[in-house]
Design a protein around this ligand. Sequence first.
Ligand code: COA
Ligand code: AMP
Length: 636
Amino acid sequence: MTKQTYEAVYARWQADPELFWAQAAQDVHWIKSWDKVLDDSRAPLYQWFAGAEVNSCYNALDVHVENGRAQQLALIYDSPVSDTYQNFTYQELRDKVATLAGVLANMGVAKGDRVIIYMPMVPEATMAMLACARIGAIHSVVFGGFAANELATRINDARPKVVLSASCGIEPARLVAYKPLLDQAIELAEFKPEKCLILQRPQLEASMVPGRDLDWHQAAAQAEAMDCVPVAATDPLYILYTSGTTGVPKGVVRDNGGHLVALKWSMKNIYNVEPGEVYWAASDVGWVVGHSYIVYGPLFHGCTTVMFEGKPVGTPDPGAFWRVIADYGVNTLFTAPTAIRAIKRDDPRGLYKQNYDLSCLNALFLAGERCDPDTLQWAGDLLGVPVVDHWWQTESGWPMVSNPLGIEPLPVKPGSASKEVPGYDVRVINVDNEEAAPDEIGDIVVKLPLPPGALPTLWQNDIGFRRSYLETYEGYYLTADAGYKDEDGYIFIMSRTDDIINVAGHRLSTGGIEGVISAHPDVAECAVIGVNDELKGALPLGLIVLKAGVTRDHEQIVREVIQMVREEIGPVAAFKKATVVQRLPKTRSGKVLRGTMKRIADRQEWRMPATIDDPVIFEEITDSLAEVGYGPEAVE
Ligand code: COA
Ligand code: AMP
């Protein structure tokens, strides 16, 4: 067979996208074939594989049990924080999931019902997602680092019949009691789920609400295994909430059929992984990376996936990732650049790596935030394998721009996520609303229709979907990232165009944080900016204007707003610094100049905006930033 090139595969997709995806779909087990590969009858809303029936859990588990992988490991659970290590073969995982599906059915969950999963990184979280898929229920996983209020918002929007949770999560320095957060969220929410299924972990026992809460293991002991239920390819598999500009999270919908085809295709063509290999995404099931590449992608492809409940450093040392790779023969590792920066910070010479045999590792993939060339270089030098920076979002569900290792490794340009993946026609639009010239920065957009696997809409909100993503440029999906393409077609992602910041690879809305701070009784107004951080990429910093006449201690007020953000949004916001300022710099029309404040804080060049009447304000801001360690005057 002649070796395929990236150019040839991309051209083949461009020539006939429907044929391309219909061919990729041959790798999937369908219960009923499609009537139409692409249904464009409601354009600009599109659906893939209309008329087809499928089951995502069947494709993740049963198909492999039936085709020779029953005794192969499907899932490895490695938890240094609880000192627990467990393996599940495909058959074992299928049986556990089938029983859990029976538990859900006993709790009254049926096809189309929503189930919220609020769990730490334990195997039961993966089982919960697959059990929902098995019976056609729609799961919505909420990351454990979010507080009760965020969980309540999601409960109100998804209206779940039941919630699956655990007694606690384990962070290196503390136990996180999930159950009280869940109880509080249900209290806060207008919509009340009927039942909760609680996994009691030995580290911390949760108290149960009689009549509402069921014990996971007791319920499983009484349940019968359930078979896979056929669902429409276009039915939602899950909803995953992600930060939006308004501070109100957006419910990104993923369908069954398109998702299955796209993820399976990506495993071979992007990640260059073969069935039977070990694939480890060191992320969390609460994020899209966890959905696509801890749970669904590797299992659709017949790989062994790893769930790691720990951190890159401190559990117990910066060799944790290397230990896991060596212990399980990991072939492909996926993580966020911040994890590599954390390892580099604690072990700059990479000495811990010497304790392990990493000859099994073929490649390291990085995403979630911009990867600085230094981190890319350091990881490449240390590991001696290709390090691939690739770009995607919760909305796309799988990579939009990547070096497609399984098609053809392309030359690397540090700072670029490489080229657009077949399925994605990525363009850059400049300030004049025209397609940008090479190297000219602009809005990054994707020509419609988006490929299979990308979001078809927002949960019960077609209007919001159109408004957020489709209306800025007709015929294009707005990614809300800015960047440029160079002459060779390499894409460089530079920044967000909205108020989203990436903190340790976690996506947060500064507007959402501002909303919480503004509710403090002493606060007149505030601005939150994402300042550069060597470890986490960005950190939120609050600038607070107090109401006239407030004489209370400023430090006390700052402590209170920090606590409020922790309680309302969650520790994941990493909001630890704020300062009181006299006033905020604004344009004449009243727009707060967050960008200029960020440049000052980051010690970058900045220009006095022409729309400012009183330039002294920037001197005040510079002084205030210095007090919290930012800007040119900062006390080091
Ligand atoms: N449940 C409850 N709390 C959680 C949590 C969870 N699942 N995950 C994180 N938190 C808490 C942490 O305990 C921490 O709280 P603290 O303020 O009391 O210390 C806070 O949220 C911030 O957590 P984190 O971002 O993990 O920061 P950290 O300082 O503990 O660790 C890194 C820094 C770089 C090691 C860590 O961010 C990391 O491993 N990042 C990998 C990136 C990643 O997985 N990205 C996902 C997208 S690919
Ligand atoms: P999330 O939806 O949480 O996965 O966050 C998606 C956002 O993270 C993107 O819109 C980008 O802003 C950023 N991002 C993800 N991967 C990359 C990357 N490789 N380079 C630059 N930014 C990235």
